[in-house]
Design a protein. Structure first.
Length: 352
């Protein structure tokens, strides 16, 4: 991260006690001369833990909920940038309580955008997910609507000073509730590794990659843009085997079957989006569809090139083999720490 962009700036991270917020806050505090980072979240216990883990006077905590406009408004006054990471992210909980996903992921995001505009925030980056592409579950549907809320800001306020953009990424490795720490805990407990469908594919990204993606959006976003980081994918079976190999485990892999509302593969960008996307090397930049409410444009004009594109899908992108996955896992500090605790320090050195 460059010092100049954040020098003397005040940054708000909604949902800042989560995996992403914790990582980006520490990185900003360590590598930039940011003036202040405000953590807005509703979990006092996680805030207290983060306060002890990151003892920096520039870190300020705001107890509040994105569902409540006043608490978002209070946390964003006189700030410069917002990382909007607050969300309900667990697929099963959103299936059982879809209106809670609506209140947090959609209405909460609208509150963030409204407060940003009211308080003169320079740039807001909203974090989305591959599950928002062709969504089949409530979590993905609510995140797809979050993207529409973010993009509608520019459509309705073309001259706005506050830039609102989105980033979309796949599974963040070792984030809270993800499968890699589950596999490691199962190995430590002498249990089988449980996989839903061995042929299921997922994109794999590190927390560092997700932070880089948001940074890239801040540097390059125009109103309503969506950014996607290109990423490799793997099958769940290969991921489980790679974890087992690193920990020298012979654990059985047990197939439990695809869970409700899961997809066999995930897409990071649709063919429709790719027809207007700009390839920026490691990233795709998808500008907003800026057609107005002249309905004839939706019915009478089209894109003859759309048939040339395919979705950017985890089934069709570069597929990592087990050795590739092992090397990727070894870039994660959490995995290296677990290997060290298990006395497998030779694995750390020999594979890198």
């Amino acid at each position: 991260m460059t010092n100049s962009r954040y020098s003397g700036k005040r940054i708000v991270i909604t949902g800042g006690t989560g995996s992403f917020g914790h990582t980006v806050a520490k990185k900003l505090l360590e590598e930039t001369d940011v003036e202040q980072i405000r953590i807005l979240s509703r979990d006092e216990a996680k805030q207290d833990a983060m306060r002890h883990d990151v003892p920096d006077s520039r870190l300020k905590f705001y107890v509040g909920d994105v569902r409540d406009f006043d608490s978002v408004d209070r946390a964003t006054k006189n700030a410069d940038y917002i990382f909007h990471a607050a969300a309900l992210k667990q697929v099963p909980s959103c299936e059982f309580f879809p209106m809670e996903a609506v209140r947090t992921n959609i209405t909460g995001s609208e509150n963030v955008v409204r407060a940003a505009e009211k308080n003169g925030i320079k740039s807001v980056v909203c974090l989305s997910t591959d599950k928002a592409v062709y969504p089949v579950n409530a979590m993905g549907m609510s995140k797809a609507m979050m993207e529409k809320v973010a993009q509608s800001h520019g459509l309705n306020n073309p001259g706005a000073d506050t830039i609102v953009s989105c980033v979309r990424y796949g599974n963040v490795m070792y984030s809270r509730g993800s499968v890699i720490p589950l596999f490691i805990n199962q190995i430590k407990g002498g249990k089988p590794l449980t996989v839903t469908n061995p042929e299921m594919t997922r994109f794999l990204m590190s927390l560092a990659d997700s932070v880089s993606l948001v940074e890239f959006a801040f540097e390059n976003a125009r109103q309503g843009d969506l950014f996607v980081k290109k990423a490799p994918a793997s099958t769940i079976a290969d991921l489980a085997q790679a974890v087992a190999n690193l920990f020298e485990s012979k654990a059985e892999v047990r197939v439990i079957g695809t869970r409700h509302a899961e997809k066999l593969s995930e897409a990071l960008a649709t063919r429709e989006e790719l027809t207007r996307a700009q390839d920026m090397g490691d990233y795709f930049k998808v500008p907003a569809d800026n057609r107005d409410l002249n309905y004839s444009l939706f019915f009478e004009s089209g894109d003859v090139n759309q048939a040339k594109y395919t979705d950017y899908d985890s089934h069709t992108v570069e597929r990592m083999d087990i050795a590739d996955i092992e090397n990727l896992l070894l870039t994660l500090p959490e995995v290296r720490r677990e290997l060290s605790l298990a006395g497998l320090t030779d694995r750390i050195g020999s594979t890198l």
